[in-house]
Write a protein that binds this ligand. Sequence first.
Ligand SMILES: C[S@@+](CC[C@H](N)C(=O)[O-])C[C@H]1O[C@@H](n2cnc3c(N)ncnc32)[C@H](O)[C@@H]1O
Length: 494
Amino acid sequence: MAVTDATPDITEVGRIIEVEAGQMAHGGHCVARHEGRVVFVRHAMPGEKVRVALTECDPGARFWRGDAVEVLRPSEFRRIHQWKLADVMRAHASGRPPVGGAEFGHIVVPHQRRLKAQVFRDTVARIAGVTLDPEVCFAGEEDEPTGQHWRTRTAFAVTPQGHIAMHAHRSTTLLPVRNMPLGVPALDALALWDWDFTGAARVDVATPANGSQPLVLVTPTPQTAADEAKLGRLRTRIRQTANASAVEVSTGLAMPGPKRHSPVTVERITGRTWVSETVRTERGGERRFRVTGDGFWQVHQHAPATLVDAVLEDAQAQPGQIVADLYAGAGLFSAFLADAVGPEGRVYSVEASRGASKDARRNLLGAEQAIVLNGPTDKVLGSWLKHPERAVADGGLADTAVDTVVLDPPRSGAGRRAVERILALRPGRIVYVSCDPASFARDLAWLREGGYEVERARVFDLYPDTHHLESVTVLRPAADLVAAPGVVETPAAE
Ligand SMILES: C[S@@+](CC[C@H](N)C(=O)[O-])C[C@H]1O[C@@H](n2cnc3c(N)ncnc32)[C@H](O)[C@@H]1O
């Protein structure tokens, strides 16, 4: 059943064209041409000949979009999509769109990784003007996993009838779901498809990788939030269902603040408003973290340990050094970096979200060398540059230099101002963790203009069956570097 909330204002949607799929591009689509026009084709693979159902095809548009719904000449790396609702072939045959979020499910996993590395290389070369040859890594120990059962964080929309659902790609169409194969098994065990979420707009689920108590966080619709009787009914239904559940589960309401950017308030219904995560690393030992309901946590069950090991390896933090961990969330990297620099060193854990900084303070308890600074990165760095003498007790640098900057910004990247301020600190090493190759490439171009060069780049497949990728790149002042193998200048796009 598809619940369509809006009809796109496009002509000829659904028309079938035949194309040869070209390179995989950032965003998860192959670039193809039809009668001189570029068509972005999802669910295809480079080199395949496919029939495409157009999903956006305004006659005046520079490019169109479509889904490959029939394969005339398949790639040797194609497989049958393992998630029926996300499989475009079966969806098309039953007259509905596929759910978004598993657009690489038709590709065998090792080839998904090759394509992600190629997308990273192409995007960085086009935007930053440098060709990086990244090492390709993945999370966990499987050599050739199915690509499923890895998500510990999942967000669902809610239909007007109160059922959890997912959106079709670039659409307001809601598709109710009865399983979520990318989720860890604990997600299916909750059977959220049988809960009644009437009055809710969104449901966020955290199913911790260590198997501890999951948390279901329900965001009411604005109408429900404004009506105490409706909100009360939603609360009661959630409490009764959670209490009757075979699985012990925490539940809460995520209440938006009065203004658009006000922080969300998490109200407990059952259990607790946070989850516990355990991160077992090779380089830094094991630590436990507390993450409040709406706070950021890496999505893949093995991502926290994988990224901590990568950051520790690349940062090479030494006892007594000063490290700035920017966009630090609940203090994941800060905690391990604090152990690496020891009591003589210092780690500044800089994070904009108040809730995440509160978690970071708890997670870093006992590490006197870790200083949590709550505020936007560019503002914190701006105040360091303006008042370099400010005392450590006041969040300042006390006239000391920053040895290493680790940054892990959101999808939009760090942006010009933050990059300029990182450059002004002149760290000996910058470790850039990114989940978006385009914003990373834009920031990288500025870092290179500022005199830094890439020493090493790695692409991590932390989002199997999707087009998303994570990268970890180390930069050092160009003067300190002998040209790294596999880094080649390419002309940047205008
Ligand atoms: C990709 S997450 C990384 C969190 C952490 N490094 C981890 O791995 O758990 C990005 C974090 O940046 C925070 N953030 C977003 N904009 C920010 C800004 N301008 N300054 C500081 N933190 C910001 C978000 O709240 C989020 O916690």
